[in-house]
Write a protein that binds this ligand. Structure first.
Ligand code: ADP
Ligand code: MG
Length: 697
């Protein structure tokens, strides 16, 4: 770093440059003490000399040695010339005199009359004063020698006049006086020159004083600037330190950023590579796309052709479907619009095993059994010999007979086509008829829940319907199913799907027409639950079982004394062809068909039971009467004679397909009831109800 130059030095330098050299250079010694003096002090300094000079009238001793000096100075040729022209060097004389006067050491006064000694003392002065004295001496102006020297007489020094020679002495004194006057004149001139020089010096001094003040001001300014500079320097140094610290931090940051940058560059390279790869793939894809587009165009044409073909095939398929339905219906008609199946339950554990000939199922093993033979031994009848009469055989024939070992799926297989008719718009009604404990509920609902092997007709029928509806959806059919489940006990209707507060509110439900003029019947206050899957149906059956269990605690074995009616409203629509079909599927678990022996005495509980039985017998006989009336095509069908037939009005009759299961106990002790049931079923089986009509719109 450059060292700061002292402002003072600069100023001096400037001054040296600026100050013009004096012309001619002043011979006055410009020492500090002299400069500081004002013109007055200078005057005073010179005053004693003046006084001494003026007082030369009698004492001019100080000038003598100088004259002697002058004579003793060794002179060069130039100096000799100067002596011959004293006027030219005249102005320098006062300075020289002043210099000499100043430099000359005060010594004993030398008499003017002894120039020899003067010469000697001049030489001595030269020897002692050295070079400076020499220089001064060379500048001393020459006073006319004649004025300085005493008058010479004949080239000799005048001798001392005798005392009496007053005139001579007067002459001498006159000559001396004259000499003194001349000398005085010269000194006046010198004095005048000195005054001029003094004025000049004073002017210079004032100028220098002004310069000095200026310089001092400038110096002060420079000092202030220097201080400011120092402060600025300090501040800048602090800034530099701070910047260096920040630079350190920034460098760390820069390193981190550089590392990040390297990472990003690497990533960028990777991305660029991937981009290139993607672009290559894109180009390949575009090429493939253009190929595909061409292919799509051709495929579209093909698809259009296929669509036309498909429409044609759909038309054909629809025609075939309608034909299938027609043939299906024809087949059902051929089988009879009312069919009767007989099912004999197995002997349960703990029950007595019947005689081997008690129940027989005639027919070959290849054909499905349709006949049943029941033998009954009448103990009251006896032979003439007193031996028991041989048992009487009772043969029955039905559309199908299921022996005790028949499985649930076998039974359902026989009715699956009938159930499917409901999807085609034919009302379907399936009953389970028989005495209590003959297996009606097992057939309709199934055995213990959770065992798929013993699932009854209701869950199997619904699963089948859902499945076929799903298949038909491919042909444009849309189906919806709404389920209800009610119980008819002593001619009162109760909702088996009731939940919450509605549970146990039996008797509040009434069978009503859905609307004025409508043939559709509905049960007020009963839940109609849309179902679309097997799980929902299982939930409903579970709920119905629970509701029955609640009632059972209130009234003993009520379930066996009531009819349970599960109904499913099936609605199908083919929107494209504007077709609709609506039909109910009714699955009925009838009350026990057993009769009370009217000859027995009746207790209070039995009277109630008699009332129940009469009610049951009434509704079951009404059902028989309705079927008979339909079979005989009577104008009046007594539907309204019982709640059961009224509720099933739309599921019975001309357009309906009916199936009755007659459930039989395998036990010999139940033979009477079994015969009653079989007789009732046989009557029904003999009925032929007119051609069924699908409910199509
Ligand atoms: P119902 O409803 O006619 O009064 P249930 O269906 O309650 O008769 O049957 C009475 C008993 O016989 C039940 O325990 C039932 O499990 C059983 N049962 C009925 N039919 C069958 C069958 N086909 N296989 C096995 N057990 C049966
Ligand atoms: Mg039952």
């Amino acid at each position: 770093m450059e060292t700061l130059r002292s402002p003072l030095l600069e100023v001096k330098g400037n001054i040296e440059v600026k100050r013009p050299l004096p012309k001619p250079p002043s011979r006055l010694p410009l020492s500090g003490s002299r400069l500081k003096r004002g013109p007055e002090q200078m005057e005073e300094a010179l005053e004693p000399e003046k006084k001494r000079t003026r007082g030369l009238g009698t004492k001019i001793a100080p000038s003598r040695p100088r004259a002697a000096l002058l004579t003793a100075v060794p002179q060069t040729q130039g100096q000799a010339a100067a002596r011959t022209a004293p006027k030219k060097t005249g102005p320098r004389c006062p300075t020289a005199v002043a210099t000499v006067l100043k430099n000359q050491k005060p010594g004993p006064a030398v008499p003017a009359q002894k120039p020899g000694r003067d010469v000697a003392s001049g030489a001595e002065a030269l020897r002692r004063g050295g070079r400076r004295a020499m220089t001064c001496l060379t500048l001393v102006p020459s006073v006319p020698f004649s004025a300085a020297a005493p008058p010479m007489v004949g080239g000799k020094k005048p001798s001392k006049r005798p005392a009496w020679d007053l005139k001579g002495q007067l002459c001498d004194r006159m000559a001396e006086l004259k000499c003194c006057r001349e000398r005085n004149q010269i000194l006046d001139q010198e004095n005048q020159q000195l005054r001029d020089q003094l004025r000049e010096a004073q002017q210079q001094a004032s100028t220098l004083g002004a310069e000095r003040r200026t310089l001092e001001e400038e110096l002060a300014r420079v000092r202030v600037q220097a201080e400011q500079g120092q402060q600025e320097l300090g501040r800048l140094s602090a800034q530099v330190l701070e910047l260096e610290e920040r630079l350190g931090t920034q460098e760390g940051l820069v390193q981190v950023l550089q590392r990040e940058q390297l990472g990003l560059q690497e990533e960028r390279r990777g991305l660029a590579t991937r981009l290139e790869e993607q672009e290559r793939r894109l180009q390949a894809s575009e090429a493939a796309l253009s190929d595909s587009q061409a292919e799509v165009a051709s495929l579209r044409q093909e698809a259009a052709a296929q669509a036309v073909l498909l429409a044609e095939r759909e038309d054909r398929l629809h025609g075939l479907e309608m034909e299938r339905r027609r043939l299906h219906n024809q087949l059902q008609e051929l089988k009879g619009n009312i069919r009767v199946f007989c099912r004999v339950r197995p002997v349960l554990p703990g029950e007595p095993t019947p005689n081997p000939g008690f129940l027989l199922f005639p027919g070959g093993p290849a054909d499905p059994p349709t006949r049943l033979s029941l033998s009954r031994s009448d103990e009251r009848r006896g032979t003439l010999s007193g031996a028991p009469a041989p048992p009487t055989r009772h043969d029955f024939s039905f559309d199908r007979v299921f022996p005790p070992g028949s499985r649930q799926d076998e039974v359902f297989e026989e009715i699956a086509m009938l159930v499917q008719s409901a999807l085609d718009g034919y009302p379907v009604c399936i009953f389970a008829y028989g005495q209590t404990g003959s297996g009606k509920t097992f057939t309709m609902e199934g055995g213990p829940a959770g065992d798929p092997q013993v699932e009854g007709l209701i869950p199997r029928a619904l699963r089948h319907l859902f499945s076929v509806a799903q298949e038909l959806s491919g042909q444009g059919w849309t189906y919806s199913f709404v389920a209800s489940y009610v119980e008819i006990y002593n001619e009162t209707v109760r909702d088996l799907l009731a939940t919450g507060t509605r549970k146990g509110q039996a008797g509040e439900c009434e069978i009503r027409r859905a609307g004025p003029g409508s043939e559709e019947l509905t049960v007020t206050n009963a839940r109609y639950v849309p179902v679309s899957c097997e799980k929902e149906v299982q939930a409903l059956l579970h709920l119905a079982r629970q509701n029955r269990a609640v009632a059972r605690t209130a009234q003993n074995e009520r379930s066996s004394r009531s009819h349970s009616v599960f109904q499913l409203q099936i609605s199908g629509e083919h929107a494209a062809r504007g077709l609709q079909c609506i039909a109910p599927l009714s699955l009925v678990d009838l009350a026990g068909s057993e009769r009370l022996d009217s000859g027995l005495a009746l207790g209070p509980g039995e009277r109630e039971r008699l009332r129940e039985t009469q009610s049951i017998n009434s509704s079951l006989s009404t059902l028989g009467l309705v079927i008979m009336a339909l079979s005989n095509k009577e104008p009046h069908v007594p539907y309204r004679n019982s709640k059961l037939t009224y509720l099933l009005q739309n599921s019975l009759g001309g357009s309906a397909k009916m199936l009755m299961f007659v459930n039989i106990s395998p036990l010999e002790e139940n033979v009477s009831e079994s015969l009653n049931s079989l007789r009732f079923a046989s009557k029904v089986n003999q009925c032929v109800i007119g051609t069924a009509q699908a409910n199509k719109k």
